[in-house]
Design a protein. Structure first.
Length: 318
């Protein structure tokens, strides 16, 4: 059991055999997405990658302290009896414990269900179930620490893949690091955001003041983007006057905050730009988020040009 995945698979098989439950699983919760990372299923048809609503689950009630870690008859627990998931699939008995990150935040759960209620004596296994949950949390935390070290090493190795003008990653570096972050999403289902930034005035500056002035603008923009981003984020020049940022382990709210910091940093440099933002989820990978963000950026640019044209027409018409 040298990694979280193999430890989870062995722990689930052990618990399912010990308890006789039809389903035991390790899950990841993020927002209202409750994603199955690993499962040992003998009747429900649940497989890794399935996503359910967290708010509908017994586990969400357990984490809030409204239901016990072990329910031999879930119908006798008001919070579980009222949970939406119980109306969709038969759940007679339930076990569940939280899986925690090093800072105490919730990562997900270790849980199990069976369509039949069980004798009250099942509660005798609570200490064992809690111990398995603590073990998995510890392995997860250790693996994530190693993962952070690997991420730093990846950034160091990718230093050769930098843009000569700005010092941020070039497109080759972006592609390489994007693939690494995509692999992490597949393991842990922690969302990231992609922001695309396109400078609005580069062509005008090149035409008016020359390409040297345009290069200065690009360098100032790269400096502002690095200043606004966090150490773990990826900033790259994708080509010309277009930049990309991956906000690592960042949800939609965090992405909006990052985008606002980027906007403020560019405005401090007197740089006008258009932005696009997208977030990964159960159907959108990082590469697809890049396409979505790129489209959003061009739509913002189109709307701005249209508004400017209308404003000019209005001025000429006065």
């Amino acid at each position: 059991m040298n990694d979280f995945e193999s430890a989870s698979i062995r722990a689930l098989a052990f618990l399912r055999r010990t308890l006789g439950f039809q389903l035991c699983m390790v899950t990841r919760t993020e927002g209202n997405d409750w994603t199955v990372l690993h499962s040992d299923d003998r009747g429900y048809g649940v497989v890794p990658g399935d996503v359910f609503n967290w708010d509908d689950s017994f586990c969400s009630e357990m984490v809030k302290g409204l239901g016990p870690n072990i329910a031999s008859d879930s119908s006798q627990v008001p919070a579980y009896a009222a949970a939406e998931i119980g109306r969709k699939i038969p759940i007679g008995a339930y076990i569940g414990v939280p899986l925690l990150l090093a800072d105490g935040r919730l990562f997900g759960t270790l849980c199990g269900i069976d369509p039949q209620s069980r004798p009250d004596s099942i509660s005798e296994h609570q200490e064992l179930i809690e111990l398995v949950g603590e073990m998995l949390s510890t392995i997860l935390q250790m693996e994530l620490r190693v993962d952070e070290e690997e991420r730093r090493a990846e950034r160091y190795q990718a230093q050769a893949l930098t843009d000569a003008l700005t010092g941020v990653y070039n497109r080759a570096g972006w592609v390489q690091l994007l693939a690494k972050e995509e692999a992490r999403y597949q393991r842990y289902r922690q969302s990231s955001v992609v922001i695309v930034v396109d400078l609005d005035e580069l062509k005008a500056i090149n035409d008016r003041d020359g390409h040297a002035a345009g290069d200065v603008l690009i360098k100032r923009a790269a400096f502002a983007l690095q200043k606004a981003s966090r150490a773990e984020d990826i900033v790259a020049r994708l080509g010309g006057d277009e930049f990309g940022i991956i906000g690592v382990n960042c949800d939609w709210g965090g992405g909006l905050a990052l985008c606002e910091r980027i906007k403020e940093a560019l405005e401090e440099e007197g740089i006008k730009a258009s932005y696009g933002l997208a977030v990964t989820n159960k159907t959108v990978r990082i590469s697809e988020a890049l396409t979505i963000a790129d489209r959003a950026m061009y739509e913002q640019k189109r709307q701005r040009k249209s508004a400017d044209a209308e404003r000019l027409q209005g001025m000429h018409g006065v």
